[in-house]
Write a protein that binds this ligand. Structure first.
Ligand SMILES: [Zn+2]
Length: 261
Protein backbone atom coordinates (compact mmCIF):
# COMPACT_ATOMS: atom_id res chain seq x y z
CA UNK A 1 0.00 0.00 0.00
CA UNK A 2 1.23 3.51 -0.80
CA UNK A 3 2.27 5.53 2.21
CA UNK A 4 3.58 8.84 3.45
CA UNK A 5 6.22 9.55 6.10
CA UNK A 6 7.12 12.96 7.47
CA UNK A 7 10.76 12.61 8.52
CA UNK A 8 12.27 15.26 10.82
CA UNK A 9 15.84 16.28 9.95
CA UNK A 10 16.30 18.07 13.31
CA UNK A 11 15.75 21.53 14.72
CA UNK A 12 17.53 24.82 14.27
CA UNK A 13 17.22 28.38 15.45
CA UNK A 14 17.22 31.60 13.50
CA UNK A 15 17.96 34.84 15.32
CA UNK A 16 15.54 37.68 14.79
CA UNK A 17 15.94 41.33 15.55
CA UNK A 18 14.08 43.07 18.37
CA UNK A 19 10.76 44.52 17.36
CA UNK A 20 10.00 41.81 14.87
CA UNK A 21 6.48 40.53 15.08
CA UNK A 22 6.51 37.72 17.60
CA UNK A 23 2.95 36.62 17.98
CA UNK A 24 3.64 32.90 18.14
CA UNK A 25 4.96 31.62 21.47
CA UNK A 26 5.65 28.25 19.83
CA UNK A 27 8.07 29.75 17.36
CA UNK A 28 9.56 32.73 19.16
CA UNK A 29 11.67 32.86 22.25
CA UNK A 30 11.74 36.48 23.37
CA UNK A 31 14.57 35.95 25.85
CA UNK A 32 17.05 34.61 23.31
CA UNK A 33 15.40 36.41 20.35
CA UNK A 34 15.44 33.25 18.35
CA UNK A 35 12.87 31.59 16.18
CA UNK A 36 12.77 27.86 16.79
CA UNK A 37 12.18 25.81 13.68
CA UNK A 38 11.95 22.17 12.75
CA UNK A 39 13.03 20.86 9.37
CA UNK A 40 11.06 18.06 7.80
CA UNK A 41 11.48 15.97 4.67
CA UNK A 42 8.80 13.83 3.04
CA UNK A 43 9.03 10.25 1.91
CA UNK A 44 6.21 9.30 -0.44
CA UNK A 45 6.01 5.59 -1.24
CA UNK A 46 4.00 5.17 -4.40
CA UNK A 47 3.94 2.69 -7.32
CA UNK A 48 6.69 0.75 -5.52
CA UNK A 49 8.93 3.80 -5.70
CA UNK A 50 10.52 5.80 -2.89
CA UNK A 51 10.19 9.53 -3.55
CA UNK A 52 12.02 11.88 -1.21
CA UNK A 53 11.09 15.57 -1.08
CA UNK A 54 14.13 17.61 0.00
CA UNK A 55 17.28 16.13 1.48
CA UNK A 56 17.71 18.17 4.67
CA UNK A 57 20.93 19.86 5.73
CA UNK A 58 23.34 16.93 5.68
CA UNK A 59 26.80 18.11 6.66
CA UNK A 60 26.30 21.64 5.43
CA UNK A 61 25.87 24.84 7.36
CA UNK A 62 27.27 27.84 5.54
CA UNK A 63 26.85 30.14 8.53
CA UNK A 64 27.33 28.45 11.88
CA UNK A 65 26.73 31.63 13.87
CA UNK A 66 23.46 32.39 12.20
CA UNK A 67 21.84 28.95 12.31
CA UNK A 68 22.13 26.96 15.49
CA UNK A 69 21.62 23.54 13.95
CA UNK A 70 21.27 20.42 16.08
CA UNK A 71 23.74 17.77 14.89
CA UNK A 72 23.76 15.05 13.82
CA UNK A 73 20.98 15.73 11.35
CA UNK A 74 18.32 13.07 11.44
CA UNK A 75 17.06 12.37 7.90
CA UNK A 76 19.22 9.30 7.23
CA UNK A 77 18.56 7.73 10.64
CA UNK A 78 14.85 8.49 10.15
CA UNK A 79 14.90 6.65 6.84
CA UNK A 80 16.82 3.78 8.41
CA UNK A 81 14.13 3.59 11.10
CA UNK A 82 11.62 2.62 8.40
CA UNK A 83 14.12 0.31 6.66
CA UNK A 84 14.99 2.62 3.80
CA UNK A 85 18.64 2.90 2.74
CA UNK A 86 19.76 5.98 0.78
CA UNK A 87 20.28 3.72 -2.25
CA UNK A 88 16.59 2.73 -2.08
CA UNK A 89 15.47 6.26 -3.00
CA UNK A 90 14.32 6.38 -6.64
CA UNK A 91 13.41 10.05 -6.97
CA UNK A 92 14.50 13.18 -5.09
CA UNK A 93 12.50 16.39 -5.49
CA UNK A 94 14.40 19.52 -4.45
CA UNK A 95 12.05 22.41 -3.67
CA UNK A 96 14.92 24.93 -3.89
CA UNK A 97 18.64 25.46 -3.23
CA UNK A 98 18.73 26.75 0.33
CA UNK A 99 21.20 24.60 2.21
CA UNK A 100 18.68 23.15 4.66
CA UNK A 101 16.73 21.69 1.71
CA UNK A 102 19.48 20.39 -0.58
CA UNK A 103 22.53 20.01 1.71
CA UNK A 104 21.85 16.33 2.32
CA UNK A 105 22.29 15.33 -1.33
CA UNK A 106 26.11 15.05 -1.04
CA UNK A 107 28.36 13.31 1.49
CA UNK A 108 31.79 14.27 2.89
CA UNK A 109 33.54 12.40 0.04
CA UNK A 110 31.71 14.54 -2.51
CA UNK A 111 29.56 11.63 -3.63
CA UNK A 112 25.80 11.67 -4.10
CA UNK A 113 24.02 10.34 -0.99
CA UNK A 114 21.00 9.13 -2.95
CA UNK A 115 23.10 7.41 -5.57
CA UNK A 116 20.24 5.78 -7.51
CA UNK A 117 17.85 8.73 -7.48
CA UNK A 118 16.95 11.17 -10.22
CA UNK A 119 17.02 14.64 -8.62
CA UNK A 120 14.37 17.06 -9.98
CA UNK A 121 14.94 20.81 -9.76
CA UNK A 122 13.56 23.80 -11.66
CA UNK A 123 15.86 25.19 -14.38
CA UNK A 124 15.20 28.73 -13.12
CA UNK A 125 16.53 27.74 -9.69
CA UNK A 126 19.75 26.52 -11.33
CA UNK A 127 20.01 29.79 -13.29
CA UNK A 128 19.51 31.81 -10.12
CA UNK A 129 22.24 29.87 -8.34
CA UNK A 130 24.62 30.43 -11.25
CA UNK A 131 23.89 34.15 -11.17
CA UNK A 132 24.54 34.34 -7.40
CA UNK A 133 27.63 32.18 -6.99
CA UNK A 134 28.63 33.77 -3.66
CA UNK A 135 25.37 32.88 -1.94
CA UNK A 136 24.99 29.50 -3.63
CA UNK A 137 28.61 28.37 -3.87
CA UNK A 138 27.83 25.07 -2.15
CA UNK A 139 25.29 24.32 -4.86
CA UNK A 140 27.83 24.45 -7.71
CA UNK A 141 29.67 21.60 -5.96
CA UNK A 142 26.47 19.59 -5.58
CA UNK A 143 25.54 20.22 -9.19
CA UNK A 144 28.88 18.93 -10.45
CA UNK A 145 28.53 15.82 -8.32
CA UNK A 146 24.96 15.10 -9.43
CA UNK A 147 25.65 15.88 -13.09
CA UNK A 148 28.79 13.77 -13.13
CA UNK A 149 26.69 10.84 -11.95
CA UNK A 150 23.89 11.68 -14.39
CA UNK A 151 21.42 12.18 -11.53
CA UNK A 152 20.23 15.74 -12.18
CA UNK A 153 17.06 16.57 -14.16
CA UNK A 154 16.15 20.22 -14.62
CA UNK A 155 12.52 20.95 -15.44
CA UNK A 156 10.76 24.06 -16.67
CA UNK A 157 7.46 24.86 -15.04
CA UNK A 158 4.87 22.48 -13.63
CA UNK A 159 5.74 18.83 -13.98
CA UNK A 160 4.01 15.60 -12.96
CA UNK A 161 5.80 12.55 -11.66
CA UNK A 162 4.22 9.16 -11.00
CA UNK A 163 0.88 10.51 -12.33
CA UNK A 164 -0.29 12.06 -9.10
CA UNK A 165 2.62 14.12 -7.77
CA UNK A 166 2.61 17.61 -9.20
CA UNK A 167 5.72 19.79 -8.91
CA UNK A 168 4.49 23.37 -9.13
CA UNK A 169 6.82 26.22 -10.07
CA UNK A 170 6.01 29.09 -7.72
CA UNK A 171 8.53 31.92 -7.47
CA UNK A 172 8.50 34.07 -4.34
CA UNK A 173 10.70 32.45 -1.74
CA UNK A 174 13.34 31.87 -4.44
CA UNK A 175 13.04 32.47 -8.20
CA UNK A 176 12.80 28.78 -9.12
CA UNK A 177 10.95 27.51 -6.08
CA UNK A 178 8.64 24.52 -6.52
CA UNK A 179 6.12 23.08 -4.10
CA UNK A 180 4.34 19.74 -4.24
CA UNK A 181 0.73 18.63 -4.45
CA UNK A 182 -0.09 14.96 -4.51
CA UNK A 183 -2.77 12.33 -4.11
CA UNK A 184 -2.22 9.25 -2.04
CA UNK A 185 -4.83 6.59 -1.26
CA UNK A 186 -7.60 8.96 -2.48
CA UNK A 187 -6.49 11.74 -0.16
CA UNK A 188 -5.11 15.10 -1.35
CA UNK A 189 -1.98 16.64 0.18
CA UNK A 190 -0.17 19.95 -0.22
CA UNK A 191 3.43 20.44 0.83
CA UNK A 192 4.02 24.18 0.40
CA UNK A 193 7.62 24.05 1.66
CA UNK A 194 9.07 27.45 2.47
CA UNK A 195 6.06 29.28 1.02
CA UNK A 196 4.12 28.35 4.18
CA UNK A 197 6.81 26.74 6.38
CA UNK A 198 4.77 26.81 9.60
CA UNK A 199 1.18 27.44 10.67
CA UNK A 200 2.21 30.99 11.70
CA UNK A 201 3.31 31.75 8.12
CA UNK A 202 -0.23 31.27 6.78
CA UNK A 203 -0.75 34.93 7.60
CA UNK A 204 0.38 37.06 4.66
CA UNK A 205 2.14 39.52 6.99
CA UNK A 206 4.40 36.79 8.30
CA UNK A 207 7.14 36.21 5.81
CA UNK A 208 10.57 34.64 5.88
CA UNK A 209 13.42 37.18 5.87
CA UNK A 210 14.99 35.36 2.92
CA UNK A 211 11.90 35.72 0.75
CA UNK A 212 13.12 37.45 -2.36
CA UNK A 213 9.70 38.55 -3.70
CA UNK A 214 7.13 38.93 -0.91
CA UNK A 215 4.33 39.99 -3.26
CA UNK A 216 4.63 36.91 -5.46
CA UNK A 217 4.85 34.88 -2.28
CA UNK A 218 1.57 36.37 -1.03
CA UNK A 219 -0.16 35.41 -4.29
CA UNK A 220 1.24 31.87 -4.03
CA UNK A 221 0.12 31.56 -0.40
CA UNK A 222 -3.44 32.58 -1.25
CA UNK A 223 -3.57 30.11 -4.14
CA UNK A 224 -2.29 27.29 -1.92
CA UNK A 225 -4.78 28.12 0.84
CA UNK A 226 -7.69 28.20 -1.62
CA UNK A 227 -6.61 24.89 -3.19
CA UNK A 228 -6.17 23.30 0.19
CA UNK A 229 -9.71 24.17 1.27
CA UNK A 230 -11.29 23.42 -2.13
CA UNK A 231 -9.63 20.00 -2.39
CA UNK A 232 -10.05 19.14 1.29
CA UNK A 233 -6.30 18.55 1.33
CA UNK A 234 -3.96 17.95 4.22
CA UNK A 235 -1.30 20.63 4.56
CA UNK A 236 2.16 19.56 5.72
CA UNK A 237 4.54 22.09 7.32
CA UNK A 238 8.23 21.77 6.49
CA UNK A 239 9.69 23.93 9.26
CA UNK A 240 7.29 23.19 12.06
CA UNK A 241 8.03 21.09 15.12
CA UNK A 242 4.28 21.00 15.75
CA UNK A 243 1.79 20.85 14.16
CA UNK A 244 3.21 18.79 11.30
CA UNK A 245 0.05 18.06 9.34
CA UNK A 246 -3.61 18.94 9.41
CA UNK A 247 -6.51 20.51 7.57
CA UNK A 248 -7.37 24.16 7.07
CA UNK A 249 -10.95 25.07 7.78
CA UNK A 250 -12.90 28.21 6.90
CA UNK A 251 -16.25 29.27 8.29
CA UNK A 252 -17.43 32.58 6.87
CA UNK A 253 -14.19 34.55 7.08
CA UNK A 254 -12.60 32.74 9.99
CA UNK A 255 -9.82 30.27 9.41
CA UNK A 256 -9.01 27.36 11.64
CA UNK A 257 -6.56 24.46 11.59
CA UNK A 258 -7.42 20.91 12.60
CA UNK A 259 -4.15 19.19 13.34
CA UNK A 260 -3.78 15.43 13.16
CA UNK A 261 -0.13 15.32 14.22
ZN1 LIG B 1 14.39 28.35 2.04
Amino acid sequence: MDSLHIIPDGNFEVRYSAGRQNSSPVLFDNNSQTMKLGSNCLLIQMNEKNILVDTGTGLFNPDKNKYKMDYPRLLLSGLKGINIAPSDIDIVVLTHFHFDHCGGCMNENEEPVFSNAIHYIQASEVENAMENPEFYKYWTVFENVLEKNNLLRTIEGNFAIENSIELILSPGHTTGFQYIEFQLNDQNYIFPGDIIPTLWHLNNDNIVYLDHAPEALGVAKNKIIENCIKNDAFMIFQHSTKPLIGKLTRKENRYGFQRIK
